[in-house]
Structure formats: structure tokens, C-alpha cells
Design a protein around this ligand. Structure first.
Ligand code: MN
Length: 298
């Protein structure tokens, strides 16, 4: 099932070129308007299986619209946390001149407030500091996971989405460089795990404008989805609706004002966002106390 949020928070099931509006069905069973973190987040947290609800309804009797006529929103506008995997493809390790993995670095957190949805703009924070795209498979957690073994881990996965881990290059902690508002585009929808027979054989491609910048396959992940869930849940309890950004392959590169980014993951979907320098400031104009400067910048 392809679950999308659209038109300001409605929830729909994408069927080919159409979207079936299932908002009333979901709201009826959740007794909630999904105002806080969105109806999909609440649906996942409730443990209610949408497929079973819909089996009791007639999809044909629910309002259906052409997908092209609706505005898609981020499927999870405010995950309780976004956990990122540093250097998790062999090719990206070589590119960054590193020989280390998650075994050395651990995972990092991105601010939930960094999420945007399809069609929105990534806002470059600095006029004079490089900001890169990172194309990643996003894993959506479906049930609480604490210290799970890798062989148990996949049962905690609700589904998958496209995820961009936008990153300022430099020396600050990853959580700072990757947490600017707009730095985690998610979407265009969540594909539930039952419709992804092998999450470790998905083609992943990223274009900036017409330039194919990243091309890989999730078979090349070093920590695969099961190991990422196992490792991360050994540190922090994963909650329903949490997102794991699984890491990026080679080909990361700088973004400039006016760019269009498209991330396509086979069997998942295509996420498109813009890039703007509107509101960007000089790196030296960050709020720093008088007399304090960075020792170096990357
Ligand atoms: Mn990343």
C-alpha cells in the first residue's frame, strides 16, 4: 500500500495514477484529527492495520482523485526522531577518504523540524558554505523496538520512503550540519513493507536538474536495514513513525540556488524538491558571541 498525506493533512492510498481519500476511515478509527504529527503517524502508532479497515469498506465508494490534481505533503511531517547513518555505502567511504563505518561513528540524530515534503524548497543556510545532497532510502518504524536482534528487526519496519539527508559540509557536529529547517525532504509517500519484497535490492538514483549525480543499489549498504534497526535500538528505543535515513552512496555534491533535486528509488517512488538561497546568510554572520570565531571551516 502506498500511503500519502495530501492537501493539508488528508490521508490517501495511491493506486496507479489516482489517490483514494481514506481520511474519514482513518479518523473514524483513531478518533483523532491527527493535528500533531499527522494522520499517518497516528495510524502507525495506533497499530491499526489500514488494509484490514479498508477490507471492510468499499474503496470504490470513497472519494478518488487524479494524483496529479492533489498537493502531496510529507508523509510524516514530524517524526519523533530521525536517525541517520553516516558513511554506510563502500563507495561513499572512498569518496570521503574515510575507512570507517557506523562501527566507529555510531548513528546521529536529525531534528524532526527539518522535514519538508514533495515540491517544497530546501533552503540553503549559508551563502559561502557548501551544502550537499545525500540520496537515501528512508525506513519507517512500525512498532516500538528496543534492543532487537537483527533477525527480529524487520518485523518492526512499517515501510519505506525516499529521504534526502541535506548536509552542510564543515566541522560542526553532524546533528548541527544536517538539522537546518528543510534539510530532510521525505516522500512522496510511504510504501508499506509488505509491498517491498527485498529492501536490499532497490535502485536509487538522484538527479540535480538533468544531471544524474548518484546511482547505486541498496544491496551495497554496509549496515543493512536489519542491522541498522538492531544497532540503533541498542542505543535508543525506536518508536512508531521514527525514520532511519540509511546512508548515501557516492556522488554527493553541492547544491545552488534554483536547483531541482529528484530522488527516485525503484519500487518506492520519486521525490522532487527545489533549492533556494532565499534567507541565506554569510557563514561569518552566524550568531557567535563577540570575539569567538571558528578555528577552521571545511
Ligand atoms: Mn546521510
Amino acid at each position: 500500500m502506498r500511503l500519502a498525506r495530501f492537501d493539508g493533512g488528508r490521508v490517501g492510498v495511491v493506486t496507479g495514477e489516482d489517490i483514494v481519500d481514506v481520511t474519514t476511515v482513518v479518523v473514524g478509527h483513531l478518533r483523532s484529527d491527527g493535528a500533531a504529527a499527522g494522520l499517518i503517524h497516528e495510524l502507525i502508532g495506533s497499530g491499526v492495520v489500514l488494509g484490514e479497515l479498508l477490507a471492510e469498506e468499499s474503496l470504490a465508494e470513497l472519494p478518488t482523485r487524479p494524483l496529479a490534481d492533489v498537493a502531496l505533503d510529507a508523509p510524516l511531517p514530524q517524526p519523533s526522531k530521525i536517525v541517520g547513518a553516516p558513511v554506510n555505502y563502500r563507495s561513499h567511504i572512498a569518496e570521503m577518504a574515510l575507512d570507517t563505518t557506523i562501527a566507529d561513528w555510531g548513528m546521529f540524530l536529525k531534528a524532526p523540524s527539518s522535514v519538508i515534503g514533495p515540491g517544497e524548497d530546501v533552503c540553503l543556510p549559508y551563502l559561502d558554505q557548501r551544502t550537499d545532497h545525500e540520496a537515501e532510502l528512508g525506513v519507517v518504524i512500525g512498532s516500538r523496538a528496543r534492543r532487537v536482534r537483527p533477525e527480529e528487526a524487520m518485523a518492526h519496519v512499517y515501510g519505506y520512503t525516499c529521504c534526502l539527508d541535506i548536509t552542510v559540509r564543515g566541522r560542526e557536529d553532524r546533528s548541527t550540519r544536517k538539522s537546518f529547517d528543510t534539510f530532510t525532504p521525505l516522500g512522496p509517500w510511504i510504501v508499506t513493507a509488505d509491498e517491498v519484497p527485498d529492501p536490499h535490492d532497490l535502485d536509487l538514483r538522484l538527479w540535480v536538474n538533468d544531471d544524474l549525480r548518484q546511482r547505486s543499489n541498496t544491496s551495497l549498504l554496509i549496515f543493512d536495514v536489519a542491522w541498522l534497526v538492531a544497532y540503533t535500538s541498542s542505543v535508543m528505543t525506536l518508536e512508531p513513525g521514527d525514520v532511519i535515513a540509511t546512508g548515501t552512496p557516492a556522488g554527493v555534491g553541492p547544491l545552488v540556488d534554483g536547483d531541482r533535486i529528484a530522488l527516485e528509488i525503484g519500487g518506492i517512488g520519486r521525490l522532487e524538491v527545489g533549492v533556494t538561497a532565499r534567507g541565506a546568510v554569510a557563514y561569518d554572520d552566524r550568531p557567535l558571541p563577540p570575539g569567538v570565531t571558528a578555528k577552521a571551516s571545511g
